[in-house]
Design a protein around this ligand. Structure first.
Ligand code: DX5
Ligand code: ZN
Length: 218
């Protein structure tokens, strides 16, 4: 089994977004990971709905939209209209997570839930069957280019066990500091989707960097 690869456009050259999206179209990437930061939930501001729409206009791969924002339920529909195929909200930002998951699915897209590094997987036990994808943050969200948190392997392994125990079809995505150094072990412990920003866009040959992650097989 090979992992699915979701390069994070956050690390792209924003002055040449069309070119960067076309590069991803021509690559082995399965998704384009779109990081939305509001300066409140995380201490950084990235971009929002019009830029997501612009990415979608050029993309031939589905958009995996990661909302690092407070009150994400207020914007789910806007991001679906902007072209999201997956909408991921943070459990730490959702008082009524179950309701938000229902809303994402009512809009016809896949529902993801992201967990900050300190957040236990057990918070999702009662709603796992409503979740298409759990995004395990392997850095503190807010910035690209940070160091991978080693505890993430154990967290992914425990989440995989919980999914098997519950018998759900939930996929595991790992986001933050993913590179050739840790990708194979992440897939071995249960990761289905690898997000990679700097590793892809800072590479001399981003298409080859994506192919190297995609070629991991266990
Ligand atoms: C972090 C974002 C990540 C980030 C990954 O807040 O959610 O998706 O872009 O970038 P790298 O791969 O550089 O850690
Ligand atoms: Zn992300």
């Amino acid at each position: 089994m090979n992992p699915q690869i979701a390069p994070s456009i956050l690390a792209a050259d924003f002055a040449n977004l069309q070119k960067e999206v076309e590069m991803l179209n021509a690559s082995a990437a399965d998704y384009i990971h779109v990081d939305i930061m509001d300066g409140v939930f995380v201490p950084n501001i990235s971009f929002g709905i019009p830029v997501t729409e612009a990415i979608h206009r050029h993309a031939t791969k589905p958009l995996d939209v990661h909302l690092m924002i407070v009150n994400p339920e207020l914007y789910v529909e806007d991001f679906v209209k902007a072209g999201a195929s997956i909408v991921t909200v943070h459990v730490e930002a959702c008082t009524h997570l179950h309701r938000t998951l229902q809303e994402i699915k009512r809009l016809g897209v896949s529902a993801g839930v992201a967990l900050n590094p300190h957040t236990p997987i057990e918070l999702l036990t009662e709603v796992l069957d409503e979740i298409d994808l759990v995004c395990v943050m392997s850095v503190n969200p807010g910035f690209g280019g940070q160091k991978f948190i080693e505890h993430s392997y154990a967290k992914v392994a425990n989440l995989k066990n919980l999914i098997l125990k519950k018998g759900t079809k939930t996929q595991i995505e790992v986001d933050g500091g993913v590179s050739e150094q840790n990708a194979k072990l992440l897939v071995e412990v249960g990761a289905d989707i690898l997000v990679a920003g700097s590793f892809v866009f800072k590479a001399a040959d981003p298409i080859a960097a994506i192919a190297s992650l995609k070629s991991i097989s266990i």
